[in-house]
Design a protein around this ligand. Structure first.
Ligand SMILES: Cc1cc2nc3c(=O)[nH]c(=O)nc-3n(C[C@H](O)[C@H](O)[C@H](O)COP(=O)(O)OP(=O)(O)OC[C@H]3O[C@@H](n4cnc5c(N)ncnc54)[C@H](O)[C@@H]3O)c2cc1C
Length: 404
């Protein structure tokens, strides 16, 4: 396959590798360049809802992700201050039955390894690590990419450039000229705790969510329930001086923020000793995503708050739609990329704003929080049984039931 069918992807994260697999399936040759020396093995988890597992299954990865993942039975929402359970949204079999594909939780390194192994097995995909995108020159029928590898500038030629280089995207900054990511004002603290360090009654069956004034905590098991993934969200003051992801943070300020939360939350957070802090950043999807033969996907196009657990899923959806549009119009790349961005903007806007709305609801205070708790408890009343479970699930149909 010649240069005219080669697509260059900057970034081998979830977006870049899923796009590589989707594009190779659609008949393109793919060159991925990744600035890191190896895939990111950051020790944290990821939830994958059926809109994402459906696409990964279509790429032949169903068995691999199911073997590496775990299907939580429910999302259990608890008031973080009082410890009162407010709501239980079924995930397990009922979600699989409703949407045909599972809701899974995985270790990120396992997902990355599965995507990379599939890319390596595909003769149409090359992945060059330790190679950093620097700049590109676009022509009406293609693009030349300049990248830095071991201190030397190297060039790649192709028919299109895909910027899958995350929230700090250089492709966004230098080629598409999009606005930079904005600090969201909150910090995500992440840790993985081996089961032996947890309280014996720790829930390893469900995704748990504790919500209260200005923050929330999420947990779910990974690695065959041998570890618990914890994400704690706090206001930015708690993470002052953090301007980017920082590993091995002393947890004093984090624990101080949650000091007055219920005992189970305090005990849970105290069990972790390997915290990393991630100041959250957002990119509004309303901006430009494409320029001539270049397009952005994933966080580079629409980095969102993680409160709906959808940033990675939306990146996977982008990859599928991008491949579909390019396969339909391979002779007119700018037109194909324009169609891709038009299709994706509407949906990612809805997801992006819904994630923000969820944050406001989780972090409510005073009377608003009382009203929220009453609503959640009523919506999940035992008296309403299956009817209420069905009603709660149907509210997520637009998201989890998406088929492209
Ligand atoms: C706390 C938290 C929890 C989350 N939980 C979930 C969840 O449960 N479910 C979910 O779906 N999403 C979740 N997300 C969101 C999800 O992690 C991201 O949306 C997703 O990782 C974005 O993937 P990406 O490939 O676009 O970007 P990234 O994962 O950032 O990958 C970008 C890649 O590009 C590389 N790169 C950067 N610059 C260059 C360059 N110049 N040249 C070459 N390569 C470059 C980077 O090294 C990296 O490998 C969460 C996010 C956070 C912060």
């Amino acid at each position: 396959m010649g240069k005219s069918r080669t697509i260059i992807i900057a970034g081998a994260g979830i977006a870049g590798l899923t796009a590589a697999l989707s594009l190779a399936n659609a008949g393109f040759r793919v060159q991925v360049i990744e600035k890191a020396k190896t895939i990111d093995t950051a020790g944290v988890g990821i939830q994958l809802s059926p809109n994402a597992t459906r696409i990964l299954a279509g790429l032949g990865l169903s068995r691999a992700i199911s073997a590496a993942g775990f299907t939580p039975e429910n999302v259990i929402i608890t008031n973080g201050a009082t410890g009162t359970i407010l709501s239980r949204l079924p995930l397990g079999e009922s979600i699989r039955t409703r949407h045909e594909f599972p809701y899974l939780v995985l270790h990120r390194a396992d997902l990355a390894a599965i995507l990379l192994a599939a890319a390596r097995e595909n003769p149409e995909i090359s992945v060059d690590f330790a190679t950093s995108f620097e700049d590109a020159a676009m022509y009406s029928n293609g693009v030349t990419v300049m990248a830095l590898r071991a201190g030397e500038m190297v060039e790649y030629s192709g028919c299109a450039l895909i910027g899958a280089d995350g929230v700090g995207s250089l492709v966004r900054e230098r080629i598409v000229k999009g606005a930079p990511a904005k600090p969201a004002g909150e910090v995500a603290w992440r840790a993985l705790v081996p089961v032996e360090k947890l309280h014996p009654y720790t829930d390893l069956t469900n995704t748990r969510l504790w919500i209260a004034k200005n923050g929330h905590v999420v947990t779910y098991p990974v690695r065959a329930s041998r570890m618990l993934n914890i994400v704690a969200i706090t206001p930015k003051e708690t993470g002052r001086k953090l301007s980017r992801r920082v590993e091995d943070i002393a947890p004093d300020r984090l624990l101080a923020f949650f000091n007055e939360w219920s005992d189970d939350v305090c005990q849970l957070l105290a069990s972790a000793d390997n915290w990393s802090g991630w100041p959250l950043r957002e990119i509004n999807p309303a901006g430009h995503w494409t320029k001539k033969t270049t397009a952005l996907i994933g966080d580079a196009a629409h980095a969102m708050l993680p409160y709906l657990a959808q940033g990675g899923a939306a990146a996977i959806e982008d990859a599928m739609v991008l491949a579909k549009c390019l396969a339909q119009q391979p002779e007119d790349i700018p037109l194909a990329l324009g169609k891709y961005s038009n299709q994706r903007k509407l949906r990612t806007r809805k997801i992006w704003h819904t994630a923000r709305k969820y944050g406001r609801i989780y972090h409510m205070r005073g009377l608003s929080a009382v009203g929220r708790d009453i609503f959640l408890r009523t919506a999940n009343s035992r008296l309403l049984g299956n009817f209420s479970a069905n009603r709660l699930q149907s509210q997520m149909d637009w998201l989890y039931g998406w088929k492209g």
